[in-house]
Each structure stands twice: as structure tokens, then as C-alpha cells.
Design a protein around this ligand. Sequence first.
Ligand code: SDX
Length: 431
Amino acid sequence: MTENQTLTVRDNRTGEEYELPITDGTVRASDFNQIGKSADEPGLAVYDPGFTNTASTRSAVTYIDGDKGILEYRGYPIEQLAEKSTFLEVAYLLIHGELPTKEQHERWVHEITFHTFVHENVKSLMQGFRYDAHPMGMLLSSVGALSTFYPEARNISDPDVRHEQVVRMIAKMPTLGAWSFRHAQGKPYVYPDNDLNYTENFLSMLFKMSEPKYDPDPRLAKALDVLLILHADHEQNCSTNAVRSVGSSQVDPYSAVSAGIAALYGPLHGGANEAVLKMLRRIGSKDKIPAFIEGVKNGDEKLMGFGHRVYKNFDPRATIIKKACDDVFEVTGVNPLLEIAQELERIALEDDYFIKRKLYPNVDFYSGLIYEALQFPPEMFTVLFAIGRTPGWLAQWLELVDDKEQKIARPKQIYTGDRQLDFVPAEERWK
Ligand code: SDX
């Protein structure tokens, strides 16, 4: 490849040629605007529904190589973090850009542990939901409501204020998530237990009943910690894009993160793990898989938990989760749906329809099986995803706030509607 890092564009409408600089494998979309620009013409824009080939930001948080199945948080491979780190240490890494010293880690864990409580009015707000409210609807509403309890969070230019909200959100997500779960079950909300670590405390707020102190199974707490690490960040995915887009208006971080939760709620994104379990249950048995696969090929449905915008090979998180399945099932017993999932994966990976479209299991294909074995109902799976993704959303939001290149998100459009119609008043129209 030559040293000449430019793109020569020839506008065949005018014969004009333009030299556009290539930087970091991209061309600035605004450089196209000079092409064909005149007093009457706006100049060229680029059209990219779903941003399938558009870089929206520079970021140093997460690196993914979709062809090689590589995922690194701040340069550290996900396999090493999942095996050797903890979720709170990974959260520190994502937020601060480096691994903590002993003293930093102790301070970080202390800060988060002592911010797990929420204002009692948030509890009253949550109790106002219908008995069968979806926990994700409760989570996105209660996180958004936190912006009204911490009005100082609007002062996003103050690094100390930003840090305070980051700690609060990472600390309070499990509390709000657990209370959404307890609400749906009609059980009393359990308050945080600061003697327990992050995932043990989460399990306590979820499952504690009349015992004076919840006794979490360390193997399950560890498996949950690994799952949270695997979900902690993932470049400019749909929900992170929502956080950045909403955050670009300089709104407080609670409102920006609640937009991310709303995006994650969708079945094509974070809601896929819930959809996978429902799909496996609907298939019901291995002998029904061929008919289901036919339905997918006919476009009647999607193979949920398969496919990815970036991973066109394997999703490294799915590989790690499959291993975590064994650890959890050792404690809980094997989830009967596992057999259907494994057979479905085997068939799909050999089928040309899926190979041609580079569809492989993603993070959601097996995570639901573990969550179900941990006694979570499907409605809670995406809440677990949201708790894991919170440090990632916040790390990306912090990057946005400090990025001098960023502006308020306001894309262009290709207008396809009518023009210059003459309005006919209602009394004439309805004669
Ligand atoms: C997450 O972006 C992230 O990083 C997301 C995430 C994260 O950590 O934040 O990794 C988490 O969201 C994982 C993805 C969870 N979603 C699902 O499992 C839902 C099922 N998968 C898809 O809907 C789909 O694969 C997406 C949404 C994940 C990706 O969609 P793309 O990149 O827009 O790809 P596409 O829809 O253009 O698909 C390309 C082709 C199409 O077929 P043709 O039109 O060419 O015939 O593949 C087909 C699609 O119809 N296809 C599928 C399929 N996924 C894509 N066909 C059947 N089953 C599927 N699952």
C-alpha cells in the first residue's frame, strides 16, 4: 500500500476531482460535502441506515476484531479478565482506563458498597408499577428518575460530580434490578447487605426470604460475576450509541443511561437472551429443530442468539459462557433446554444458510440458560445484561463528555415526502 493516504474522488457529473485524506481507515463524511456543492445544491452527504459502515467516535474503551473473535477492554483480552479479574475491578478499568492499585481498588469497592441504597421515594415509585410490570420497564424508569434525586448531576463539566454519579449508578443498578424482580414476585424488597460483595449482595436482594442473613453460594456468585464482566462493554453497540446520542445533548448521565436501558430492552439487542429461552421452549424437543430451522430459512423467524453486526466468526463471550454453563450446572443441575441449544447450534453451524450469512452463536445464545439455572425468570435476563453494561455505558459517556470533536448528534436525512402542498382547512375538506 502506498504512502499516499488519500482518496481521489471524481464527480462524473462535473468532471471535478477531489483528494480526500484517509485517517485511521476512515474518510471524514464532511469531506464529501464539498462535492457538488453550489448556491443551489447542498453538496454530497453519506447514507448509512443503522450506521453499518460509519464510525461515530474515536474510543479507547473496547477493541473488537469481529473476524478473529477478539474482544479487549482497555487492551486486556476478555478471556484473561473473565478468568482472573472481578466485575468491580473491570468496572474500574473501563471507567479509569487502567487497572487499580490496591489502595484505589479498596477505595473503589468501599465507595460502591456504600452507595447501594436508593432514596425511599424511588422505592415508592417502583411500588406504583402494575404487579406484572416488565423489570426492564421498571429499571429504565427508576434510573431516569434518579436524575431528579441528584439534580447536581446536570453539572457534567465537573469531574468530581461525574465521578459521584458513576459510583452511584454502578452501585444502585443491582438494587433497582433486584427490586424490579421482587416487585414482579410480590415479595418485599430486600435492602443491600454491605457485608457481602457486589454479586453476593445482588443475590441476597434477589432471593433472601425470612432467614436473618442470606448465605450466597460462592460458586454462583462467581459465575454471575463472570457474566457481568462479559457484558461490561462492547464498542458502539445499539445501547451505547443511544447513551452517546442522548448524552451529546449534555443531559445528566442518569437520563443518558436510561436511554441505553431502553435500547437494550429491544429483542434484537439485549432482549435477545430472553427471546432465546422462549425460542428454545417453543421448539420444545430436538426432533422439532429441523422444522424450526426451515421456518428461519423461510424468513418466518430469526434464530435468536445467533448473528452479530461485528462478529462474523465466533463471539468470544459465547465461548466463555458455554464454559461457565458447566460450572453453574454443577451446582444447579443441567438445564434441560441445554440439549436443545447444543443440537440447534450443531445443526446451524453445519447449515449453508447460516454459514453463508456468517451467523454464529453470540453472547445471548447461552447466557439465558445460565440465568434460568440461577432461578431468574426470562424477564430478568436483560436486567442482568444492563447491570453488566453499566460501567461500559458510563465509560463511553465519560469519553463523550471529554471529546472535543463531539457535537450534539443530529444526522441528515433523505427526504421522500411531499413538498409545497396547499393546506385546505378542515371545514372545506370535510364537506
Ligand atoms: C447483542 O452490537 C453489539 O455489540 C451487540 C451486543 C453487545 O454486547 O452490545 O453484542 C449484544 O445485541 C447481541 C445480538 C443479540 N441479538 C440477537 O441474537 C437477535 C438475532 N440476531 C439478529 O437479529 C442479527 O444478527 C443482529 C441484529 C444481531 C445483527 O444484525 P445485522 O448486523 O443488521 O445483520 P442483518 O440483520 O443485516 O443480517 C444479515 C443477514 C440477513 O439475511 P439476508 O437479508 O441477507 O437474507 O443474516 C440474516 C438476516 O436476515 N440474519 C439472521 C439472523 N441474524 C441475521 N437470520 C436468522 N437468524 C438470525 N439470528
